[in-house]
Each structure stands twice: as C-alpha cells, then as structure tokens.
Design a protein around this ligand. Structure first.
Ligand code: NDP
Length: 262
C-alpha cells in the first residue's frame, strides 16, 4: 500500500526496538483490512521519553502509539485518560491520540489472551482456572479471566508474596470470585495457564508440575518463541487441548487497530 499525505501514522516505542514484532503485525493487518495507516518503530530511551511523548501529542496525523519495554508504566503516568484495566495495572501498551492531542491509554494483554481463547472456541466463563506467574502479563490475564467469569482462580508463583499481592488486588475488584494460592500442581483445574517467562530459553525448567495433567484439561502458554514450549509438548503428549502464545498477540494487534481508530 502506498504511503500518502492522507495516511494515518502510528508508532511503537521501545528500547531496544530491534526485536519487536508489532510493526510487521499491524502493517500486515492494516493491509488486509484495507486501512490507510502505517506503524513505524521508534527507539526511545527513558531519558528522552517525555520529549518524544510531547512530540507525539503535537503530531496531528498521529493516530496513536504502542508502548513496550521499558516504557509501559512511565507512559501510563503521562496519559490524560486511562482505561479501567490500565488504572489497575498502572501500565499501558497502547495509546489513542485524540484530535486535540490528548492521550488515552489502555492495556490489552489480558483481553488479547481471552480473545485468543475464544477464537479457538474456548470460552473461559465458568471454568476453574490455574494461572502460574504474577508479573505484568499474568496480572493482566488474571483480571481478564475474572472479567470473563471464571468460576475459580488459583494463582501460583515462584515469589509467593507477589501471588498473594495479586490475589488481594483481585479480591478487591472481584469480591465474589473464589481465588486461592496454589502449589505447582494444577490438578482439578479445567484451564491451566503459564504466564511466566519460563519456556523462553532452551533448558528452562517447566513452570508447573505436569505429572497429573489429563486430557480433560486445556493448557495455554503465553510464550510465543518457541511456538511449542516444553510445557505444551508434554501437555499435547498427554492429550490435553493446547493453546499457543501467538493468538494472544494477534488478538492484541486487532484490538490495537481498533483502539487507535485506524
Ligand atoms: P514479568 O517479568 O513481569 O514476570 C515474569 C514472571 O515469570 C514472574 O511471575 C516471575 O516470577 C516468573 N519467572 C521468571 N523467571 C522464573 C524462574 N526462573 N522460575 C520461576 N518463575 C520465573 O514478565 P511479563 O509478565 O511481562 O512477561 C512474561 C512472559 O510473557 C514474557 O516472557 C513474554 O514472552 C510473555 N508475554 C507474551 C505475550 C503474548 O502476547 N503472547 C504478551 C506479554 C508477555 P517471580 O515473580 O518469582 O520473579
């Protein structure tokens, strides 16, 4: 598609930037959807972040921007308005710029994960879910699962205090949901999710105990590279339904296109 004076511009900011996959993802999606828009990568250091964000406010043809490591929390503080999720997380990963230069921040990891499941015909409503991890991605997923109506949520994490803190925050937002701190064993849960970074590197230990996994369970991993993590390989060999990490990102890309109004 040709870039013209009418093309809407958007960006992704990160530091480093070389590894990001959002430019190819969003640009391909815009092409498929016939959107006259382009997303460019912009490498911004933490020191220059405020000047760049102020520059973005002044760019009249900028539809919005995507934010990734290490800027998600700082940019949240620079926004004029935040979605409920972004307020809870204290972080944003996408911003819509309105015509007057105001910045509206949102965070889509959790919604992207649930949308990815639904795309595969799995609606988490009523499921008992086990989530390992208590970092940024895990927190977003925990809220999205609560919002999607899981019947019970068990949280596990290497650093248990972080799981406890997440449980307390969730409890405040969803007082009726049954939330427990679990062990490494996901027995008795219909939906099992790895939201730690374990599986990214070759030789990483498994994030949870796999011995008791049965074919009635759905096992999801949010790691995208490798596509089939050691956890998913074992789960597949035991007959579980598996969910890869990529649909979470792909669904976020769709939501980003919508959020930025491309
Ligand atoms: P964080 O750094 O915020 O959290 C990392 C989590 O992994 C924590 O729960 C941490 O536990 C756990 N962890 C890390 N190392 C170990 C270890 N050696 N043993 C046990 N637990 C460990 O990262 P994010 O939440 O932002 O991202 C996590 C992963 O999710 C990333 O690797 C990324 O690839 C993936 N991701 C995928 C997305 C997608 O669209 N598919 C989107 C976003 C992220 P502890 O608290 O004890 O440190």
């Amino acid at each position: 598609m040709e870039i013209t004076g009418k093309t809407k511009v958007c960006a992704i900011i990160a530091d480093p930037i070389q590894h990001v996959k959002t430019p190819q993802g969003i640009n391909r999606l815009c092409e498929e959807m016939g959107k006259d828009a382009v997303l460019i990568p912009v490498q911004v250091s933490s020191e220059e972040l405020i000047s760049v964000v102020n520059g973005f406010r002044a760019m009249k043809n900028l539809a919005g921007f995507v934010i990734t490591v290490p800027h998600k929390t700082t940019v949240a503080k620079l926004c004029d308005e935040l979605s409920d999720d972004a307020v809870r997380m204290g972080a944003v990963n996408v911003i819509r710029r309105s015509e007057d230069g105001r910045l509206h921040g949102a965070i889509l990891d959790g919604k992207g994960f649930v949308a990815g499941l639904r795309e595969e015909g799995i609606d988490p409503e009523g499921y008992s879910a086990y989530l390992v991890g208590a970092g940024g991605a895990a927190s977003a997923i925990a809220y999205a699962l609560a919002e999607a109506g899981v019947s019970k949520l068990t949280l596990a994490n290497r650093t248990q205090e972080k799981a406890e803190a997440l449980k307390e925050r969730l409890r405040a937002a969803y007082p009726k949901l049954s939330i427990k701190i679990g062990t490494r064993d996901p027995k008795g849960h219909e939906l099992v999710i790895n939201a730690t970074s374990l599986g990214l590197k070759e030789g990483d230990p498994l994030p949870l105990d796999v011995e008791g996994l049965t074919e009635s369970q759905i096992v999801a991993d949010i790691i995208m590279e490798p596509k089939e993590t050691s956890l998913l390989k074992v789960a597949k060999s035991k007959g579980c339904t598996i969910q890869y990490g990529l649909p979470m990102l792909n669904n976020q890309l769709k939501l980003m296109v919508e959020t930025m109004g491309l």
